[in-house]
Ligand binder design. Structure first.
Ligand SMILES: Nc1nc2c(ncn2[C@@H]2O[C@H](COP(=O)(O)OP(=O)(O)OP(=O)(O)O)[C@@H](O)[C@H]2O)c(=O)[nH]1
Ligand SMILES: [Mg+2]
Length: 610
């Protein structure tokens, strides 16, 4: 075995928002990969539109910087638990990791998850206590808690002896000793060079594991991964070893390596480096690309199982086909199956109904991001309420359970524990920081979490942070009785008017503005009581010759409650759907007419009696 002292490969891992992408900014800026005049802004790696809007990383990405002649390949990963599959997908490429821990929040559930991943893979960890500039930071305590976490998770004694760097990613500074003034990020770079082992390389015929895919309209598919053995150059003949054991022959078109945000074409690349290659038409994540002289497959990438599922169906609302560019079964099916190429923890299945597909993901946000992405691409479709995925193990029904962490104010503890006990949660820990801030930890079946986020934010008036993490499967407990309020359901198709909406506001909260096109069965508001109420929101005060949505001057409506896609998915019940189009997100009953719904209720009652 040889080493390559000119390269280090690191993954940046942490709980959500602990500052990973900001730390990558600091490393990129200091290594001057940008022209002085270039305005690069913040969260440079979060380039995808949804990442920028939401301020979170969704996909793991590669970059690289040169420090003192050494290329540091950096992999930024998402911290949200729903995107854990991304961490599992890319962690194989690294030899070391920077485990970031927020200097106030300390280790959080996802810190534990990603550290376990890194230690199991044998990565050399460097702990970075970040945000040391924040007031109220509790660095010593956070370090102690991090040490405790290592004690729990280490797989060998030397993993307990980890270096610590203290950083302010926003300030672009790091120090190795507290109390010294940080000037720049140099101590972090030095620590990486010192502590992260240079990649071990094996000479021999070329072999690389594909960890990511990209697409270029000229170059076609781009396969990204680490070279484990040998060298690769343009025009080399290679074989691709796929999941089904298949073997296809290709010629490499281009070999690219990373520098800053760019990929540079190089003549050849060697083991230990992270590269992108083109010329392989059919290549998938997890495949091995190898020299035809020794076509041996590397172990495939393993990602955790999905925990929630929902159906994606062709839009069956009376407005179907009006707002989307892609609305047929064939288009929807092709798009969903294509997603599997890069979204490793997603699963898609056909169902008994040809127009409906079952899509499984790692959480509500994982699925919501897919829905939002498709809607922006021009798709229209309908989705059902997310459900926890149960399975049968040794003849017993089991269901996923999660650890739920809530950070909030003391005054909300009563209402939250009451809400959560109805959702079968058990309180496992409660800590107070002495300043009215409280952290509650629960053990809760995934089914109890569905629809909880919205309720939590309402109950805490937005003053709460909630995090969940998958724990495992446990024996199924009884079903949860829905506690959601009833819906106000439009009884006629037409244009909603102030007079009709004013009537609706007499019964509850409304979700739409005057002038909104509605159809029978569309949900236009919420009733404070559990029953649904059919209501004609298109009803005008009296018929005049002019039908207009603004004819009811003088009516003062309360502004409608407008739901985001995630809120809409969180809100709906089993007998409801969210209609998603590039222009609108509508909530609807599955059965559109009141007659159908009444028939359904009475047949359900009859079957219970029998
Ligand atoms: N005060 C302070 N704020 C920081 C620091 N580092 C990051 N932040 C802020 O923390 C927030 C989250 O930073 P990100 O870099 O997006 O965090 P992340 O870990 O990449 O988040 P995900 O990728 O979504 O998991 C942003 O508002 C940053 O400005 C720091 O050193 N000090
Ligand atoms: Mg990030």
């Amino acid at each position: 075995m040889n080493y390559r002292s000119d390269i280090r490969n690191i993954a940046i891992i942490a709980h959500v928002d602990h500052g990973k992408t900001t730390l990558v900014d600091a490393m990129l800026k200091q290594s001057k990969v940008f022209r002085d005049s270039q305005k690069v802004g913040e969260l440079i790696m979060d380039q995808n539109a949804l990442e920028r809007e939401k301020g979170i990383t969704i996909m793991a990405k590669n970059t690289a910087v040169i420090y003192r002649g050494v290329k540091i390949n950096i992999i930024d990963t998402p911290g949200h638990a729903d995107f854990s599959g991304e961490v599992e997908r890319v962690i194989n490429m690294a030899d070391g990791c920077l485990l970031l821990v927020d200097s106030i929040e300390g280790p959080m559930p996802q810190t534990k998850f990603v550290l376990r991943q890194a230690l199991e893979k044998g990565l050399r960890p460097i702990v970075v206590i970040n945000k040391i500039d924040r007031q109220n930071s509790r660095i010593a305590e956070v370090l102690k808690l991090t040490e405790d976490l290592f004690l729990k998770l280490a797989t060998s004694a030397d993993q307990l002896d980890f270096p610590v760097v203290y950083a302010s990613a926003t300030g672009g500074t790091a120090v190795s000793e507290l109390g010294t003034e940080g000037k720049d990020i140099t101590p972090l770079f030095e620590c990486i060079l010192e502590e992260v082992p240079p990649p071990q390389i094996e000479s021999g015929p070329f072999q690389m594991l594909v960890s990511n895919l990209d697409y270029d309209s000229h170059k076609g598919k781009i396969a990204i991964g680490r070279i484990w053995r040998g060298k690769v150059a343009a025009h080399d003949p290679v074989v691709c070893l796929s999941a089904d054991g298949g073997l296809s022959h290709y010629e490499i078109s281009e070999v690219l390596t990373y520098l800053g945000l760019k990929r540079l074409e190089v003549a050849e690349a060697e083991a230990g480096d992270i590269v992108a290659v083109t010329g392989l038409e059919k290549v998938g994540i997890g495949d091995t690309i190898a020299s035809p002289d020794r076509p041996e497959a590397l172990p495939r990438i393993e990602v955790g199982e999905p925990t929630v599922e929902m159906t994606f169906g062709v839009n069956t609302s009376p407005f179907s086909g009006r707002e989307g560019y892609f609305s047929t079964t064939r288009q929807l099916r092709a798009r969903l199956y294509k997603e599997l190429e890069t979204n490793l923890s997603l699963r898609v299945q056909d169902t008994d109904s040809p127009d409906t597909f079952l899509v499984k993901g790692r959480g509500e946000l994982h699925l919501a991001i897919l829905i939002e992405t498709m809607r922006r691409e021009g798709y229209e479709f309908e989705v059902s309420r997310p459900e926890a995925i149960t399975k049968v193990v040794d003849g017993n029904l089991v269901e996923p359970v999660e650890a739920l962490t809530l950070d909030t104010k003391e005054e909300y503890v009563g209402v939250l524990t009451e809400m959560l006990s109805k959702r079968q949660a058990q309180l496992t820990d409660m800590r107070n920081d002495g300043h009215d801030n409280i952290r509650l930890e629960f053990h809760i079946p995934t089914k109890g979490l569905i629809g909880f986020r919205g309720a939590f934010l309402t109950a805490t008036r937005g003053e709460g942070i909630m995090n969940t993490i998958f724990l495992g499967y446990e024996a199924w407990r009884k079903a949860i009785v829905s506690t959601r309020n009833g819906a106000l359901v439009a009884s006629e198709q037409g244009i909603a008017v102030s007079y009709g909406l004013n009537n609706a506001q007499g019964r509850g909260l409304t979700f739409i503005e005057p002038g909104t096109l509605v159809y029978e069965g569309m949900i236009v508001g919420m009733n404070p009581r559990p029953q649904d109420i059919a209501i004609n929101v298109c009803k005008e005060k009296k018929k005049t010759n002019v039908r207009s949505s603004t004819s009811d001057i003088g009516i003062k409506l309360t502004p409608p409650v407008q739901m985001s896609l995630e809120q809409a998915i969180d809100f709906i019940n089993k007998d409801e759907l969210v209609e998603v189009t590039p222009e609108n997100i509508r909530l609807r009953k599955k059965l559109l007419t009141q007659a159908q719904r009444l028939r359904d209720i009475s047949s359900a009652r009859r079957s219970i009696k029998q």
